[in-house]
Design a protein around this ligand. Structure first.
Ligand code: C2E
Ligand code: MG
Ligand code: MG
Length: 533
């Protein structure tokens, strides 16, 4: 709207300014009437012309005038009420458009507006911090206890975040189980760091609802934006709209926190940006790589810990990338899952693995990893059986490794698939045990053969008494349930001895061999370690 050059009624209530206008009009009229002696002349005229009935007409007009004033006053009051109501409805609509109904927090739209406004307002020595907070372990709560309880958990988390941030920033719900915070801080202010720490620490406190004690955790990504460095002038700042970039960076940092094991925080750095570029490139290339056979099987020996004989090999995928070298699965399995290539990738690896394993000694088995996503595939069983039949490899020598995530998220599908496989003699192992959310209930439901104790407990068990106790507990639980236990990540003789003392039967780790392509030498060694050789 164009700016008025002189705004005399600035800040004045409407009624007051209207009154002043009336007064300004009435005053000159009054002066004019007095000056020309108008009233005297008018009465004189009406007395002379009695026959015109001017006084009656005037009386009539007087009452009409009063009636008109009363009517106008009522009409104005009505209009005022209507306007007030309309304004209230508009304000409510605005509030709803910018707030999340479930938690009452501002929503994503408001979040973006708030960030832009803080960037514009930020002083020379200030920076804006943008947090993205994603809950860990929320999905199982929703799946197991229903959406109503899930909603309650979200409300509690929203309240906790609001309590932590107080009035130092704006907390918002970005959607689903994702929250955000924006704030402006001084250049060297450590507030974002201390808040990130508190969030990671406070969110996992137990939530007591409906006689249940529930726990979620939070992975936090933070991106710091320095308006002074990034843009320059005011106009520049407005036009560049940095929010998309900063949000993407905070997202990336949050994703890193999740990758590092959840319930952590990460601040964005430029290194992450490079990794994102790499991810985009790999996303583009992965389908072609599977078709061209660039993703190949490596094998790591699985050993009997008592005798140190090789009893099998775990197939671990590697991508022989034409320019980036040999890539580990942590770089491309998540991409294969996200892009829907995981099925084709497993099919190709399984076919190659079974073909190679056919040449191994009879006592050596093959373990293959399945991704949780694959349990959604109704053809999964067929996709394992077909290459088995084609290779002539005995099903009893094949072990399928599944993760706890698959078990918890897709229990019914996993149960049906695994039952069908077990009927054919295929063995089932629960991988990375101890890192997820499966319980005794799952172990019993799924009729497993092996539990693999996660590397994180095994490798640190001599340094941390808690880890050792956990390993011991898992081994005894395996014994009670009649399951074979396998320890991952055995790197030293000391750890091996400890595991043997605890009664763990099998294991794998760099102490026995790293994942490698199957060479003739490795094969010979496997032949040689067999007692009957
Ligand atoms: P995993 O199935 O738990 O495999 C064991 C991982 O631990 C392997 O990592 C192996 O190299 C590593 N490892 C074994 N012993 C030691 C040790 O002594 N010290 C240390 N530091 N590490 C050890 P890798 O090959 O990088 O695989 C990582 C994960 O990627 C695997 O964990 C598995 O979950 C997934 N993965 C690998 N190949 C496939 C595949 O073909 N399909 C699917 N769906 N997932 C796969
Ligand atoms: Mg595995
Ligand atoms: Mg594992």
């Amino acid at each position: 709207m164009p700016k008025k050059w002189f705004d005399w009624s600035k800040g004045m209530p409407r009624a007051q300014s209207d009154f002043l206008i009336l007064l300004a009009l009435a005053l000159p009229l009054f002066i004019f009437v007095v000056w020309v002696d108008a009233l005297d002349k008018f009465f004189e005229y009406s007395r002379v012309h009695e026959e015109y009935e001017i006084d009656e007409i005037l009386s009539f007009l007087f009452f009409v005038g009063i009636a008109a004033i009363v009517y106008s006053a009522r009409r104005i009051a009505d209009l005022r009420r209507e306007i007030d109501q309309r304004r209230a409805v508009e304000a409510e609509a605005q509030r709803l458009a910018r707030h999340d109904i479930l938690t009452g927090l501002p929503n994503r739209r408001r979040f973006l507006e708030e960030f832009n406004s803080q960037v514009l307002k930020a002083g020379k020595d200030q920076r804006c911090a943008l947090f993205v907070i994603d809950l860990d372990y929320f999905k199982p709560i929703n799946d197991l206890y229903g959406h109503r309880l899930g909603d309650e958990v979200l409300r509690v988390v929203a309240q906790r975040l609001t309590d932590i941030v107080e009035d130092r920033g704006t907390v918002t719900r970005l959607g689903g189980d994702e929250f955000g915070i924006v704030m402006t801080v001084g250049q060297d202010d450590e507030l974002p760091l201390s808040l990130a720490r508190r969030i990671v620490h406070d969110i996992p406190r137990p939530i007591n609802l409906a006689a249940l004690s529930l726990e979620v955790a939070a992975s936090v990504g933070v991106s710091m934006f320095d308006p002074k460095h990034e843009g320059g002038g005011e106009v520049d700042r407005r036009e560049r709209n940095p929010v998309e970039t900063v949000l993407r960076q905070a997202d990336m940092a949050m994703y890193r926190a999740k990758m590092a094991g959840r319930a952590r925080y990460r601040f964005f750095d430029n290194d992450m940006d490079q990794r994102l570029q790499q991810r985009v490139q790999l996303e583009r290339e992965i389908r072609g790589a599977v078709e061209r056979g660039e993703i190949v099987p490596y094998y790591q020996p699985l050993v009997n810990l008592q005798t140190e004989e090789t009893i099998g090999y775990e197939l671990l995928a590697r991508w022989r990338h034409p320019t980036m070298g040999v890539l580990p699965p942590s770089l491309f399995i998540p991409i294969a899952e996200d892009t829907g290539v995981i099925g084709a990738l497993t099919d190709s690896l399984l076919a190659r693995g079974l073909k190679e394993a056919k040449a191994w000694p009879e006592h050596i088995c093959l373990a293959v990893n399945l991704s949780p996503r694959q349990f959604a595939d109704p053809m999964l069983v067929q996709k394992i059986l077909d290459p088995l039949a084609a290779s002539g490899f005995s099903p009893e020598r094949l072990e399928i490794e599944i993760t706890e995530t698959a078990v918890v998220q897709r229990l019914e599908e996993a149960k049906t698939t695994l039952e069908a496989l077990r009927k054919l003699g295929v063995r089932i192992a629960l991988d990375d045990f101890g890192t997820g959310y499966s319980g005794l209930h799952h172990l019993r439901e799924l009729q497993l053969d092996t539990i693999k104790i996660d590397r994180s407990f095994v490798s640190e068990m001599l340094k941390h008494a808690d880890d050792e106790k956990l390993v011991e507990a898992i081994v005894s639980m395996g014994r009670v349930l009649g399951l074979r236990t396998m320890a991952e990540g055995i790197e030293t003789k000391e750890v091996l001895e400890k595991l043997v003392a605890l009664g763990c039967e099998t294991g794998q780790g760099f102490l026995f061999g790293r994942p490698e392509p199957m060479t003739a030498r490795a094969l010979k060694k496997a032949h040689a370690t067999h007692p009957s050789a």
